[in-house]
Write a protein of this length. Structure first.
Length: 183
């Protein structure tokens, strides 16, 4: 009998977001480097801002789906303290996946800059133009960026440990992104 898995929509949205977040982070880090080629910098900024906004929409969808579809139980071999740390780190990831795009949005819009897809859709800025607000949002965005890199390192490390070393069925709760049975 196979171990219980996350539902197919949960697995698919997990891997789509994982891919986009793992592209958004290096784009954000590179685009702020001084002396970068102007064309490359613009491309990275446009990519980062617009994928970042899409990630906010995806995390709202994901959280709504997750509320109605609880996580499948962990294998009995996982000690309680590890399960608690995993739960806390997943909550931290959700909090950061919301904080980062919201702070990024406020930093850009309060700073008076464009977000191309939202502007093309005619969506007006939800925040006033304010350099002070933009500066606060920039600090929050930076701090949350550092935090998500740290939590993701632990998350990916734990996933690889379960998937490659322990092979205890934890990794196959979230893999493959499509197909396979899920709850
Ligand atoms: C999950 C989504 C996001 C992640 C993981 C993320 C991550 C990051 C990271 C790691 C940096 C580099 C920070 C630094 O070294 O200074 C950065 C910078 C930046 N991000 Fe994001 N970001 C996200 C969403 C967004 C969104 C939605 C926007 C705006 C629409 C945005 C706008 C910016 C801007 C303007 C910077 C440059 C920092 C500055 O000078 O203000 N980000 N981001």
């Amino acid at each position: 009998m196979s171990e219980p898995r996350y539902s197919m929509p949960s697995r698919l949205i997990h891997w789509v977001m994982a891919l986009l977040i793992l592209l958004t982070i290096p784009a954000g880090m590179v685009m702020v480097q001084p002396g970068l080629d102007r064309g490359l910098q613009n491309t990275l900024f446009i990519f980062h801002k617009n994928i970042g906004v899409a990630l906010l929409a995806l995390v709202v969808l994901r959280a709504a789906w997750r509320l109605g579809h609880p996580a499948p139980p962990l294998p009995a071999t996982v000690p309680g303290w590890q399960a608690r740390i995993a739960g806390l780190s997943h909550m931290a990831l959700y909090a950061l996946m919301v904080t980062l795009p919201v702070a990024g949005y406020v930093r850009v819009k309060a700073g008076g800059f464009p977000i191309e897809t939202l502007d093309a859709l005619g969506i007006p800025s939800l925040v006033p133009r304010s350099d002070a607000l933009a500066e606060v949002a920039k600090t929050i965005h930076y701090g949350a960026g550092l935090a998500i890199v740290a939590v993701l390192a632990a998350h990916i490390g734990a996933a690889l440990f379960h998937g490659i070393v322990k092979r205890d069925g934890v990794f196959s709760r979230i893999w493959p992104p499509v197909g396979g049975k899920g709850r």
